[in-house]
Write a protein that binds this ligand. Structure first.
Ligand code: C5P
Length: 207
């Protein structure tokens, strides 16, 4: 049986952790679509035009080790508001979503634009403060020099831009399950999400 799981939500809501856990539980491939926009945004920091960056992305761009920095996140959200950039990246994401064996994709517009026919859709969210604390801890852990206040301000600025843009704005699909992880630890969030997938699709986890 075919299974595509779409996971959308604002920055640092826990989409990545949840996506990887669901992919493992249901035996699916996983694509972090934010990484594609980060790779395109990162190339614009070297002076490359946004559309050229999106059209000429290579596997090596997706493996760059500085894709998780605040500067690259901001550049990603700037290029992601350009309709032609989004259009250049659609086919790859759609092909991945429909691959044999099923897939989990996480991003901002997976349930609304990339894969509206996904069998399961989540909109994962958490309060601004909880998301900022989680992202701050990750950035400090990986050696970045940031403050909690700057991380919170960056998240809010990026969410506002992602929500307000005309092209594929961040918003829940009408048939998405909203999962607020503010008060959940990761194990609870994963167990809740697995149970929701099985309840909606009838498909049990394989692991
Ligand atoms: O998910 P992540 O924070 O890595 O995404 C970085 C940026 O890429 C987002 O702030 C958003 O502007 C953009 N993005 C998007 N559509 C997606 C995934 C990411 O516009 N499907």
């Amino acid at each position: 049986m075919r299974l595509t799981i779409a996971i959308d939500g604002p920055a640092a809501a826990g989409k990545g952790t949840l996506s990887r856990a669901l992919a493992a539980a249901f035996g699916l491939a996983h694509l972090d679509t934010g990484l594609i926009y980060r790779a395109a945004g990162r190339r614009t920091l070297d002076g490359t035009g946004a559309l050229e960056a999106a059209q000429s992305l290579t596997a090596a761009d997706l493996e760059a080790d500085d894709l998780r920095t605040p500067d690259v996140a901001r550049a990603a959200s700037v290029v992601a508001a350009i309709p032609e950039v989004r259009a250049a990246l659609v086919d790859f994401q759609r092909a991945f979503a429909r691959r044999q064996g099923g897939a989990v994709l996480d991003g901002r517009d997976i349930g609304t634009v990339i894969c509206p026919e996904a069998e399961m859709k989540f909109f994962v969210t958490a309060s601004d403060e909880v998301r900022a604390e989680r992202r701050y801890a990750e950035l400090i852990e990986s050696g970045h020099d940031v403050t909690l206040a700057s991380v919170l301000a960056d998240l809010r600025e990026r969410d506002a831009r992602d929500s307000a843009r005309a092209a594929a704005p961040l918003k829940p699909a009408e048939d998405a399950e909203v999962l607020d992880t503010s008060e959940m630890d990761i194990d609870t969030a994963v167990a809740t999400a697995i149970a929701m997938v099985t309840a909606r699709t009838g498909i049990p986890p394989v692991a």
